[in-house]
Design a protein around this ligand. Structure first.
Ligand code: ADP
Ligand code: MG
Length: 385
């Protein structure tokens, strides 16, 4: 990927890029649909990323070519407008959000490409936002503050693209730590890197089915969580315990009870999963991932037939510690925790079983926990341009 953007930059501009930036995709190990309830999640950045090779421009104009789509966009920093939702809006949105957070921008031009599957729930959108933010930081020379940049990227999605999304994707994309997942407290936004148990590998299993219902169902679930919290007399479900739920279950309609049940138990599972990882206990982590999927399937009702099939296929294989959907649901990707020696047979076995059951061809690959967005060749945490 890096070679691809550098080569394409050279062909277009007849010189090497001044900067190369990368921002990773992510999977969430556990803690699903908890972020907007101020709860806990445990995502990791992965070794698939979006890359931009670029150089500064002297004028006010930003030009970006998306190699994967064969399209490019051009805009002036002084004249931004939110047009129809397309990839360019993620770029102009970051250019809109940064100055609102006190950053002075200067212009650049470049080419980008990514090996993160688009629209599969691995957060190619956060990678795009954070890579663009990193590019602006490089050319304007402002210090790179991963947590503030995650908030800028979230504002881009929420306020520019008018998508209601939580902060998890952007935080892990900005702040990922190699070899680790991040335990995120979505209330305080505090982050704790926790190591992936040695000998355990995370395998991504893309169902190759679109997340059709995801936007409307996502808004519906958020509204249900707000109602459930109100009934339970708490500001957000983060503040309700299992005991609160049992005591007040009569005040909640069955659907709201199930939604609250998922969020409350998922928060518990996420903290237990982080403890299991600190203890290098892959078996316990896998067990919690299984329980998470079952809760998302039966209580939160955001899985799909293909996600359930993929998870079932994974659980049949030798070396599988646990499997669950990841991301918002209704299609997209599942993940499994697999013993390293069994990876090849696991991937082949799931591929065959899923294809046989669904007639669909999945995309299945092992991934490693990677560092967050950075400037290549300057160190991931370097603040200098
Ligand atoms: P996800 O974040 O789960 O991959 P989203 O629907 O949130 O899915 O974001 C996908 C959008 O991000 C794409 O429709 C496109 O606008 C933008 N995007 C992601 N990757 C690329 C890329 N490589 N080139 C251009 N645009 C991209
Ligand atoms: Mg996204």
């Amino acid at each position: 990927m890096m070679e691809r953007v550098i080569r394409a930059f050279g062909e277009r501009f007849n010189e090497p890029p001044a900067f190369v930036v990368r921002a990773p995709g992510r999977v969430n190990l556990i803690g699903e649909h908890t972020d907007y309830n101020d709860g806990f999640c445990l995502p990791m950045a992965i070794d698939r990323a979006l890359w931009i090779a670029l150089r500064p421009r002297r004028d006010d104009r930003v030009i970006v070519e998306a190699l994967d789509l064969g399209e490019s966009i051009t805009f002036d920093l002084g004249a931004l407008s939110p047009g129809e939702a397309s990839w360019g809006q993620y770029v102009t949105g970051v250019a809109w959000a940064l100055p609102r957070n006190g950053y002075t921008l200067s212009a650049w031009e470049g080419v980008m490409s990514s090996d993160i599957p688009i629209g599969s729930g691995l957060s190619s959108s956060a990678a795009l936002e954070l890579a663009v933010a990193r590019a602006f930081a490089a050319v304007a020379g402002f210090p790179w503050d991963p947590e503030r940049m995650a908030q800028v990227a979230q504002q881009t999605e929420n306020q520019w693209l008018k998508l209601r999304t939580g902060i998890m994707d952007q935080l892990v994309c900005a702040s990922g730590v190699e070899g680790h997942a991040l335990l995120i407290d979505c209330r305080s936004l505090s982050l704790e890197p926790v190591p992936l148990p040695s000998g355990a590998v995370v395998v991504v299993m893309d169902t190759r089915t679109p997340r059709g219902l995801v936007n409307s169902a996502y808004n519906e679930r958020r509204a249900e969580c707000e109602q459930a919290a109100q009934r339970l007399g708490v500001a957000v479900l983060r503040d309700a315990s299992r005991a609160d739920l049992e005591r007040q279950s009569g005040r909640l309609a069955p659907v709201l009870l199930k939604r609250a049940q998922h969020v409350i138990t998922e928060n518990e599972r996420t903290l237990l999963a982080a403890a299991a990882m600190r203890a290098h206990d892959a078996a316990e982590l896998g067990r919690l991932m299984d329980a998470s999927h079952d809760s998302l399937r039966h209580d939160y009702e955001v899985t799909s037939a293909t996600l359930d099939t993929m998870v079932a296929c994974a659980r049949q294989q030798k070396g599988c510690r646990g499997a669950r959907m990841t991301g918002a649901g209704f299609g997209g990707c599942a993940i499994a925790l697999v013993q390293a020696p069994d990876i090849a047979s696991f991937i082949a076995g799931v591929f065959q079983a899923y294809e046989r059951e669904t007639g669909l061809t999945p995309d299945i690959f092992a991934c490693r926990p990677a560092a967050g967005a950075g400037l290549v060749g300057f160190g991931e945490t370097d603040t200098a341009p």
